[in-house]
Design a protein around this ligand. Structure first.
Ligand SMILES: Cc1cc2nc3c(=O)[nH]c(=O)nc-3n(C[C@H](O)[C@H](O)[C@H](O)COP(=O)(O)OP(=O)(O)OC[C@H]3O[C@@H](n4cnc5c(N)ncnc54)[C@H](O)[C@@H]3O)c2cc1C
Length: 459
């Protein structure tokens, strides 16, 4: 194979080109998930859209495998690759809030925390995830589920426009009117269609959130989970909270007697005032015998950053996911059995409600197909010690195998590892055929294939 003339790329960019001989390479090749250990041939830390165009053209003409990195959080490590070229947007941090139009424009390397900080100054927010270090780019392109999903929809439901560098190096804008098929596809179809260099979101008046956890003994799961689903399926949209199974971390935030205890929890995050929240949730929070119930007002960015100290970069993460409509008694029993067996530490399960405003678009309105599911389940085996990699992986797989039969079939692509084509298709259902056609139009050679891949339709 002819040697690749990386120097010619270096000469054309304003950002950095990092290769294995460079001191920075070891840190630059790392992604959030410590289980991922890939060695790209080069990483382009783009400074601007011009750099992105150069990198895409260089990758294409040299036949390189290309990976796109936003925040580097992807579970399956899809922000990097072996031997190829990583187009790293982490330096592209531009953010502009327009308080009159109630919009925010962010570049491809912005994290959720950075965006929330910028919009909070104006008393505004747009739906994102639940951990502030996650990249806005990857999170949004897969859908974007978080505390504001029930009142305002998924991140993609608030996306107004994207700037994209296509596989052939062209720069295009996509919105409802311009390149509408591309705009449809990037709202849930992941990084399949090009490098998105900027996102324009609609903002909502959000400053304070009523938030905090309620914990129950894990043995009370059957009663709590049934009550939770009955409650959240009927609750007003400003009332939100996700169900979780976790081990209480041994940190001062929690009473010492609960440290390392396995619990069934609801992590509340609601745009309702504390008084309204109390009135609406009192009965739910009084189910069984709660061990802790600590809910109060806090600024939205504080809620978004609450778990950050517990989740530093570099831990071992193994992911599995499903969508679910409801949980019957058998499904609840399977959850309880496997939640109880979680390895001591950080491994956990989150069950996010994706009803409310996220149900307003029809399954075909955006690429995100599961608008009829009520819950996105994510099971994560997590441990700081690489020696425990197999333990957390096996627990996660066992949990998934036991609960998957009760699921709606597919999964949220951002909560998956690399699980193969069948699983990707199951996650897009009827939208897959249209996605494959859009892929053929914008990326006919599948240049962007380090992702939950949609293969170009055959002509
Ligand atoms: C601790 C943690 C908490 C999380 N919490 C949530 C949550 O609450 N809600 C939720 O919805 N998800 C959540 N996620 C999942 C998250 O949405 C995915 O991991 C997502 O892929 C992260 O995006 P990123 O930009 O950080 O990832 P990266 O690893 O940088 O990128 C992942 C993939 O996204 C695509 N991509 C990234 N940037 C671009 C771009 N600019 N243009 C085109 N394609 C691009 C590429 O295909 C890339 O392979 C969480 C993940 C972690 C690790």
């Amino acid at each position: 194979m002819a040697s690749i003339e990386y120097e010619s790329l270096r000469a054309k960019i304003r950002g950095a080109l990092i290769q294995p001989a460079d001191l920075e390479y070891e840190s630059a090749r790392k992604v959030y998930n410590g289980m991922i250990d890939k060695r790209p041939a080069a990483i382009v830390r783009c400074a601007s859209v011009a750099d992105v165009i150069e990198a895409v053209n260089f990758g294409r003409t040299n036949g390189l495998l290309l990976a796109i990195r936003g925040g580097g959080h992807n579970g399956g490590g899809l922000g990097t690759c072996d031997d190829g070229l990583v187009i790293d947007l982490s330096r592209m941090k531009g953010i502009r809030v327009d308080p009159n139009a109630r919009t925010v424009r962010v570049e491809g390397g912005v994290t959720g925390g950075e965006m929330d900080h910028a919009t909070h100054a104006f008393g505004l927010a747009t739906p994102g995830g639940t951990v502030s270090s996650t990249g806005v780019a990857g999170l949004t392109l897969g859908g974007g589920i978080g505390h504001l999903t029930r009142p305002f929809g998924l991140a993609i439901d608030n996306l107004l426009e994207v700037d994209v560098v296509l596989a052939d190096g062209r720069f295009v804008v996509a919105n409802e009117k311009e390149n509408a098929d591309l705009f449809w596809a990037v709202r849930g179809g992941g990084g399949n269609f090009g490098v998105v260099t900027s996102f324009l979101f609609r903002l909502h008046p959000v400053t304070m959130i009523t938030a905090g956890p309620t914990f129950w003994p894990i043995e009370q799961t059957p009663e709590v989970m049934k009550a939770y689903q009955d409650f959240i399926l009927k609750a007003p949209e400003d009332i939100a909270g996700f169900l979780a199974f976790l081990t209480v971390p041994p940190v001062p935030l929690f009473p010492p007697e609960l440290h390392m205890r396995k619990v069934c929890a609801v992590i509340w995050g609601s745009t309702a005032t504390p008084e309204r929240f109390e009135a609406q949730t009192k009965a739910m929070r009084s189910v069984g015998t709660p061990l802790l119930d600590h809910v109060g007002p806090m600024p939205y960015p504080v809620l978004q950053g609450l778990f950050d100290p517990l989740l530093p970069s570099g831990m071992q993460w193994y992911w599995r996911a499903d969508f679910a409509k409801t949980f019957n008694a058998e499904a609840i029993a399977a959850h309880l059995e496997h939640a109880k067996r979680a390895p001591a530490g950080i491994s956990q399960v989150h069950i996010y409600p994706i009803n409310g405003a996220a149900h307003r678009p029809a399954p075909g309105d955006t690429a995100f197909s599961y608008r009829d599911a009520n819950f996105a389940v994510v099971i994560v085996g997590v441990d700081p010690d690489p020696a425990n990699r197999d333990t957390v992986t096996n627990w996660c797989k066992g949990y998934f195998d036991a609960t998957h039969p009760f699921s709606a079939g597919g999964a949220y692509i951002n909560f998956m590892m690399e699980e193969g084509q069948e699983r990707v298709q199951a996650s897009f259902r009827d939208n897959y055929t249209r996605l494959a056609q859009v892929k053929r139009r914008y990326d006919p050679t599948n240049l962007f294939r380090v992702n939950q891949n949609i293969r170009p339709a055959v002509a």
